[in-house]
Design a protein. Structure first.
Length: 187
């Protein structure tokens, strides 16, 4: 597995080794041993999957606060998405900065997003299946969001009118969200 740094501190692109022949292909989508070799220690406890029928569907920005916060390993199993993470950790050198990565069934890339980040994705094709591992269980009362087009954050989505849920349409702007994350320097 190839681990690639992004412009956000502690967020990584994972490129699996893909082995193919006339039958198709095989890859390890997760290996605790490979992650540990790279100094990345996660214990994922929940797998999630979503389906979006139409290109231009935007889901996010979502996060859970406090002890319920989640690290995520995300990938696109069918179709293609623009995946975005925002650093919400006060004191981080990349605080309120974001990174966007195209994840697709074709490129098989994954994005590893630690706790303390908000996450969203925009479907770039119809018929998208999106998969993610989480290192903490979903806790509805700790679920939070930030409006997808927040001016302070300034993500360049390349779309003016995405298909969004009522929850995402009514999400607060960044300065009104109650994110409670702090950056901790690794020793």
């Amino acid at each position: 597995m190839n681990v690639i740094k992004t412009d956000l501190l502690d967020v990584f692109i994972l490129e699996p080794k893909v082995f193919g022949d006339q039958r198709g292909w095989f890859m390890e989508s997760w290996s605790q041993r490979e992650m540990n070799k790279n100094g990345l220690y996660y214990n994922f406890v929940q797998d999630n999957q979503s389906y979006s029928a139409n290109k231009g569907t935007l889901r996010g920005f979502h996060f859970q606060k406090g002890e319920a916060s989640q690290a995520k390993l995300v990938r696109c199993g069918r179709g293609s998405v623009l995946d975005v993470a925002i650093d919400l950790r006060k004191g981080s050198p990349t605080y309120i900065k974001w990174v966007a990565v195209e994840l697709s069934a074709e490129n098989k890339r994954q994005l590893l997003i630690p706790r303390g980040f908000a996450h969203a994705f925009l479907t770039l094709t119809d018929d998208v299946e999106f998969l993610y591992k989480a290192d903490n269980y979903y806790v509805p009362q700790e679920d939070r969001s930030i409006i997808w087009n927040d001016q302070e954050i300034g993500v360049q989505w390349g779309i003016k009118n995405p298909i969004i849920s009522e929850k995402d349409a009514n999400a607060p702007i960044f300065c009104n969200c109650d994110a409670d994350f702090f950056y901790e320097v690794k020793k």
